[in-house]
Design a protein around this ligand. Structure first.
Ligand code: BGC
Length: 746
């Protein structure tokens, strides 16, 4: 195994940039190979050409699994892991050492251009699902690249915008998905974000890449740049970035910087050693020869993944599932030309493609098809409407495939509104006029406006983007061969203007302020009682379930366990996702969301079957990030534990008392009386002050003067001179000395 000390300065520098757009730099003399790394994230996007091509779609065939918009609705980490394993196998076949994904940035606003590639508005869900991709891929001996670290939550001005985020919002919302995955699965690589975070580019951010990622979380892998995100090789290396991608052919700058002392050679060594370690980790898989993945098995897995990605939003009168012989009118071009993934660097060239029409053919369904509309922005063609109306009138059920045309959702830009194309909505209304039995199947990578058009649909399936086997999966669900079990990983607002980030979206003047702080998505809607079209965590099933016998037990000062029984009360096999939310302590010193997701379990239950589910809640289930103390705090107090099936369908709420983390920030002259009284040492100092006041050794504070007492309570002790002159100054001095003495005695 090559060690960094066996290499020349020039060779070490060369390891810290790519050989070309999609390879590490090799050092032949030392036997260091230049393995390939490539996109990601919901399948392999390996370009046919060696040079970063402008034709992003010219790539080798690979299984196109559902993008994260779909997979995230599965709430099934085991399934996600299976997909990861399959993606890892495809990497091995294609000699790819690292696949670039998953992307776990938070869906701060539904307009975000890469929402379809990201997992959730909730960091707990995003982290606990996407970790499966990392574990699965890496189980095959190839690496992942967790991206985009951090705060790439919009596409507008993404290459240079400065995302200004409080440390609390970062720690509670924007970082935990990364943190969880780093701590539990050690992704081999992490990709930095293009944008700046609080004034520092992702590629140079020492606080993020070194202090938080490596020193606090214990990250052992390498950090690479997003494509073209490095602006200064030396600053990036200093910040903790190992690899510039693609190369800017500036390795000599690194050599010079070491020679003239601007870059410590030890830092270069550390960064280069990371690259050597990475190559070693991948070597066994890259030297495997002749491995061929099972295309059919992967397609079948893509179909299963797609089934679990579909969310049944509405099913009036139990219209679904359809009887096998139902005569359906299929309306909408998407049924023939599926919208199955988003645009940009994640575009996969599928090994096979099953549209909804293909799936109906395969199963010999009785159907007619009319396109209904074109997938462009042209005006509606009245002839297409007329055909659709005729077809709907003649059928038992109309399945209307609606959605966002491909050019509307891509990396590189944000959407500007939530609306479906007007011509689709108009068509739906005409169809509903002649046949009330309308099922809408939606294809979109992020939330769309649902009202008022959904009144024209008896049933609505949110199918997101489903990858290459989506057509079969939708047919499976429609005819009841699969039971819907997807749950929303993002809230669907009634109106875009309800979204809490809209006040600061997408920023301007190269700056975006995350003014809503931790109140992202349901954290805002549920805290402030804002109605939504569909809440976070929501999704219907053909089965019915009952949750009962919830038990909550305090297991420590900052931990608890929760268990519940979930029963399938129907005659249909199905799956329910039991969700645990925590209400903050009544004594919280900061404003917190009314509840936050801290556990979930998807349970598959045969008709009539029941199961017990258990959850362990650790300190992070209760903690908030204290800006003042610079750390996680669990205050003593009463916390609520909610068990339910969406953020708005809570079936049980129990209160527990936690002792808290016993953390007391050090007191100083800026602490107030109230804080002194709550602190174990501070309170003794206060007691002593009154004792000595009574015995005449110290000036006294009038204990019976309520006004003075109230004032003191919230006043930093360094202001006592204002109230009591010289005496006050003496008291301040005494409290500080006595507090220090008490601490020293402990
Ligand atoms: C994207 C990354 C992607 C990279 C390589 C960048 O523009 O932001 O997500 O992995 O290109 O294609």
């Amino acid at each position: 195994m090559v060690n960094v000390h066996d290499l020349t300065l020039e060779e070490k520098a060369s390891l810290t940039s790519g050989g070309d757009a999609w390879h590490f730099q090799a050092i032949e003399r030392a036997g260091v190979p230049g393995y390939m790394l490539t996109d990601g994230p919901h399948g392999l996007r390996k370009e046919n050409s060696e040079v970063a091509a402008l034709d992003m779609k010219n790539t080798v065939p690979a299984t196109c699994f559902p993008p994260a918009a779909g997979m995230s609705s599965s709430w099934n980490p085991d399934l996600v892991r299976e997909v990861g394993v399959a993606m890892g196998e495809e990497c091995v076949q294609e000699d790819v050492a690292v696949i670039l994904g998953p992307g776990v940035n938070i869906k701060r606003n539904p307009l975000g251009g890469r929402s379809f590639e990201y997992w959730s508005e909730d960091p707990y869900l995003a982290g606990h699902e996407a970790v499966g991709i990392v574990e699965g891929v890496q189980s095959q001996g190839v690496g992942t690249s967790l991206k985009h670290f951090a705060a790439n939550n919009q596409e507008t001005d993404r290459l240079r915008i400065d995302a200004r985020i409080s440390e609390r919002a970062l720690r509670e919302i924007y970082l935990p998905a990364f943190e969880h995955i780093v701590k539990t699965a050690q992704p081999w690589t992490i990709m930095c974000a293009y944008n700046q975070l609080n004034g520092v580019f992702g590629s140079e951010n020492h606080w993020l890449l070194t202090k938080v990622l490596r020193e606090e979380w214990g990250f052992e892998g390498i950090v690479m740049s997003d494509w073209g995100a490095v602006h200064d090789r030396v600053d990036s290396l200093k910040g903790g970035l190992n690899l510039e991608m693609p190369p800017s052919f500036s390795d000599d700058e690194v050599v010079i910087a070491v020679r003239d002392g601007r870059l410590d050679e030890k830092q270069l060594d550390a960064m280069a050693q990371g690259m050597l370690d990475l190559v070693e980790k991948a070597r066994a898989a890259m030297e495997r020869e002749g491995f061929v993945f099972d295309k059919d098995a992967h397609h079948a897995l893509a179909r299963r993944a797609a089934q679990e990605s579909i969310v049944l939003l509405k099913n009036e009168g139990g219209l679904l599932p359809l009887h096998k012989g139902t005569n359906i009118a299929v309306i909408g071009e998407f049924a023939r030309t599926p919208r199955y993934q988003g645009g940009g660097s994640s575009h996969i060239n599928p090994t096979k493609m099953t549209s909804f029409l293909d799936a109906l053919e395969e199963r010999g369904a009785s159907y007619s098809f009319v396109p209904g509309f074109t997938l462009d922005s042209a005006e509606q063609d009245p002839a297409l409407t007329a055909q659709a109306v005729d077809a709907a009138a003649a059928a038992d059920v109309a399945v209307v495939y609606m959605g966002l045309p491909e050019p509307e959702e891509s990396e590189g830009f944000d959407r500007t509104h939530l609306n479906l194309p007007a011509k689709q909505i108009e068509l739906l209304s005409r169809v509903a006029d002649v046949n009330p039995r309308v099922v809408v199947a939606l294809s979109n990578g992020s939330a769309v406006q649902m009202n008022p058009w959904q009144e024209d649909a008896a049933a609505v399936l949110e199918t997101w983007l489903l990858g290459q086997a989506g057509g079969s999966a939708v047919a499976d669900i429609l005819f009841g061969d699969a039971n819907p079990s997807g749950k929303l990983a993002q809230s669907v607002p009634l109106n875009l203007t309800d979204d809490p980030s809209m006040l600061n979206w997408p920023g301007g003047d190269r700056v975006v302020d995350y003014g809503e702080g931790v109140f992202v998505g349901y954290r805002y809607y549920d805290s402030f009682g804002v109605d939504v079209a569909y809440p976070f965590g929501f999704g219907l099933s053909y089965s019915t379930f009952e949750i009962s016998d919830v038990e909550v037990e305090v297991t420590g000062a900052v931990s608890a366990s929760v268990s519940a029984t979930v029963r399938n009360t129907s005659a249909v096999d199905g799956a329910e996702v039991v969700q645990v939310y925590v209400n903050p302590a009544d004594s919280s010193p900061v404003q917190r969301p009314v509840h936050e997701l801290k556990g979930f379990k998807k349970v598959f239950l045969a008709a009539g079957e029941s199961a017990r589910v258990e959850f362990e809640l650790d300190n992070r289930a209760f903690a908030y990030w204290s800006e003042h103390d610079g750390g996680w705090r669990v205050v003593a107090g009463a916390y609520g534990i909610e068990v339910g099936t969406s953020s708005r369908d809570i079936v049980s709420r129990e209160t527990i008392e936690l002792a808290g983390d016993d953390f007391y920030a050090e007191l100083n002259e800026w602490s107030n009386f109230g804080e002194f009284k709550k602190d174990p040492y501070g309170s003794r100092a206060v007691e002593r002050m009154f004792e000595l006041g009574a015995s005449g050794e110290l000036p006294t504070i009038p204990e019976d003067n309520v006004g003075v007492q109230m004032f003191l309570e919230t006043m930093p002790i360094n202001s006592m001179a204002v109230l009591f002159g010289k005496d006050g100054k003496r008291l301040t001095q005494f409290l500080l000395e006595e507090y220090a003495a008490e601490r020293a005695r402990a």
